[in-house]
Design a protein around this ligand. Structure first.
Ligand code: BTN
Length: 337
């Protein structure tokens, strides 16, 4: 199954239904009379009722209390683009959002769309992926209903050699979003794992289409484990993996997290385009927990051990070996020793 359903902004939820949701949100938990809704939205009570029924079909639990009004009991656990986009005043990222129930990989879908000319800032998000891609050809576990799997299309005016800088950008955006969601301090582990309490809760996979002197587009692939529970992780994971819920004890609202993530990506991308990679890189370095630490690096040729001295302009990890020479590590798995 490539995709069971598609929602692009504006196609599935009418503007009136969205306004009804806005009123429910403003008056959280309250009973709102049909008359009140019809006056606020300047439509007939019959129109209100019709749209309440549509919202129910979409999974919103709305009860009608005779001679009192309507009350929103719960919202569906789906990331409707219309809801995400409501009140999202970003300049680029999220101007278009494509939501899929089930897809192989959001990165592949975004890549295809970008090749077909999709505009910068388009975001593809899926509820589940059946071929989620991780780094180094690994699989990215993507169970439905609990996490975030998304890919963002960027068209930065940069040389291909600079594209690595954009991974710093998504790492910092995820770290900021995590920080605004749970009362914990995320750390970044090179190249781009986001950790809470030393366990990986998010991974990033950027892909690019480029010519020698020009980037056509970059896909920022972002996977964040929000509400996965321990039973959903296999026993034999190479590195300890976790989720925001496991680490904080707080069940995270996916919509709110996703919105925060998009906003942070937009702010950071704007900063990157205006001032270059300096400020984003600076924040990445502050959040990186490897500087000055002893590490061993495997998976990229010979196993090496040394002390991390920094990252270079291309995003490579700089490791000082026991003989004093500095090795530039471009890929592989790094373990603190
Ligand atoms: C890693 O190995 O740490 C990178 C994981 C990246 C996973 C995300 S989920 C959304 C996007 N689509 C994919 O197939 N992979 C990335």
């Amino acid at each position: 199954l490539r995709s069971v359903s598609r929602h692009t902004a504006g196609r599935n939820v009418s503007p009136l239904a969205l306004k009804i949701l806005d009123v429910f949100r403003e008056e959280t938990g309250k009973i709102i009379s049909g008359e009140d809704l019809s006056l606020r939205l300047n439509v007939s009570r019959t129109a209100v009722w019709k749209h309440i029924k549509t919202l129910r079909l979409l999974g919103y639990q709305i009860i009608a209390l005779p001679s009192q009004g309507y009350r929103l009991l719960s919202s569906p656990n789906i990331l409707l683009p219309e809801e995400i986009m409501s009140g999202l005043d970003t300049s680029r990222i999220g101007n278009k959002i494509l939501r899929l129930d089930n897809i192989g990989s959001t990165n592949n879908e975004a890549f295809k769309l970008a090749e077909e000319g999709a505009e910068e800032g388009t975001v593809v998000i899926a509820d589940t992926q059946n071929k989620g891609k991780g780094r180094l050809g690994r699989e990215w576990l993507s169970p439905p209903g609990v996490n975030i799997y998304c890919s963002v299309i960027l068209r930065p005016p940069i040389l291909p050699v600079s594209a690595y800088q954009l991974t710093f950008l998504s790492a910092v955006a995820v770290a900021r979003a995590v920080e605004q969601t749970v009362p914990l301090q995320p750390r970044i582990k090179w190249p781009n794992d986001i950790l809470l309490n030393g366990r990986k809760i998010a991974g990033l996979l950027n892909e690019m289409s480029a010519e020698t002197e020009k980037v056509n587009f970059v896909i920022l692939g972002i996977g964040v484990n929000l509400n996965m529970n321990t039973k959903q992780f296999p026993d034999n994971l190479r590195h300890p993996a976790s989720s925001l819920m496991i680490e904080s004890g707080i069940e995270v609202e996916r919509k709110a997290f996703f919105k925060t993530l998009i906003k942070e990506l937009d702010i950071l991308y704007d900063c990157y385009l205006r001032y270059g990679d300096g400020p984003v890189r600076e924040e990445w370095i502050q959040r990186c927990d490897m500087l000055g630490k002893s590490v061993s690096v495997s998976g990229s040729g010979a196993l090496i051990s040394g002390v991390v001295t920094g990252v270079d302009d291309h995003g490579a990890l700089l490791v000082r070996l026991p003989d004093g020479s500095v090795e530039q590590v471009l890929s592989g798995d790094v373990t603190l020793v």
